[in-house]
Design a protein. Structure first.
Length: 300
């Protein structure tokens, strides 16, 4: 049996119009090929679909049954095609986003809000992971995009891992000190000004970021004395507020009022806290393309 959707479409037009001529006009075809397709459909099914006389044109019992089934089938097909096209445009699906915790103090919340507004049928989830964990999650397809800060992966690392990485937000690190610390009276300081201060940092094994910041201190002329390490940025700020030391934090951290903490810009050569988005180069998922379009509407 060989029945195609075109035959069902032609049959429905004739059944609804109750006229071959009106159906042909509606379908923008001539009547002879329409009649041939209906006869072929009846032959394939082995039933009569229309009871034709010189004075009447009615559906048979089998024709009425086929009209209901064909209408439902074509309706489902239209919905399927529409859904497939929405998926291809990134309007339907799911997006798993990896982030470092401090990214939520910057542009990420407004980015997600725009994405949700423009693509309400896409479900998304946040996964708070360190850069190394995000890298592994991208490789194992457990997340679709990842956000982390400096240092960025170099071109060889990206190529070897089949990843793409682009800058999405520029900012610098600043120094978080207790609000009653002598340095808190300054509008800006040099990195060297904290050379004798106990340093609070994220776990050195957690990612390349704390090691990068230590190297920035070395480049500024001193080896920082690491007093305590923590897993979360807010833990560092709580320790700063308790007068346990100072910490290098992204400038956007200062948007939130942390009790007992002052944030001081670094005057000369501040460490970069640039935020990057990373995706897999071998995956061209429409929902990821849609998300990148929100991030970079001009496609630059």
């Amino acid at each position: 049996m060989s029945i195609d959707l075109k035959q069902l479409k032609y049959f429905l037009a004739v059944a609804e119009e109750k006229s071959f001529s009106r159906a042909a006009e509606r379908l923008h075809i001539s009547q002879p090929p329409l009649s041939q397709q209906i006869m072929k459909l009846e032959s394939e099914l082995g039933v009569r679909l229309f009871a034709r006389t010189t004075r009447s044109f009615e559906l048979t019992v089998a024709g009425k049954a086929l009209m209901a089934e064909a209408s439902e089938l074509l309706g489902r097909m239209r919905m399927t095609i529409d859904t497939i096209r929405q998926i291809d445009r990134g309007e339907v699906g799911r997006l798993r986003v990896g982030i470092v915790g401090s990214a939520m103090w910057g542009p990420i919340p407004s980015l997600l809000e725009r994405f949700q507004t423009e693509f309400p049928r896409v479900t998304w989830t946040l996964h708070e992971l360190g850069p190394d964990q995000q890298l592994e999650a991208l490789r194992s397809k457990q997340i679709d995009v990842g956000f982390w800060r400096e240092p960025r992966l170099d071109d060889e690392e990206l190529k070897a891992a089949h990843l793409r990485q682009q800058l999405c937000f520029r900012e610098n690190f600043c120094v978080a000190v207790h609000k009653e610390h002598p340095l808190a009276r300054e509008e800006a300081i040099e990195l060297m000004d904290i050379a004798q201060e106990p340093m609070l940092t994220l776990h050195l094994h957690q990612s390349a970021e704390p090691r990068y910041l230590i190297q920035c201190c070395v480049n500024a002329g001193f080896q920082p004395a690491i007093f305590q390490e923590a897993a979360e940025p807010q833990t560092l700020l709580a320790m700063v507020g308790a007068r346990l030391g100072v910490a290098l934090m992204p400038q956007t951290t200062s948007r939130i009022g942390w009790p007992g903490v002052a944030f001081l810009p670094i005057r000369t050569n501040p460490p970069s806290a640039n935020l990057y988005i990373t995706t897999t180069s071998q995956d061209d998922a429409p929902v990821v393309r849609a998300f990148l379009k929100i991030l970079n509407p001009d496609g630059e």
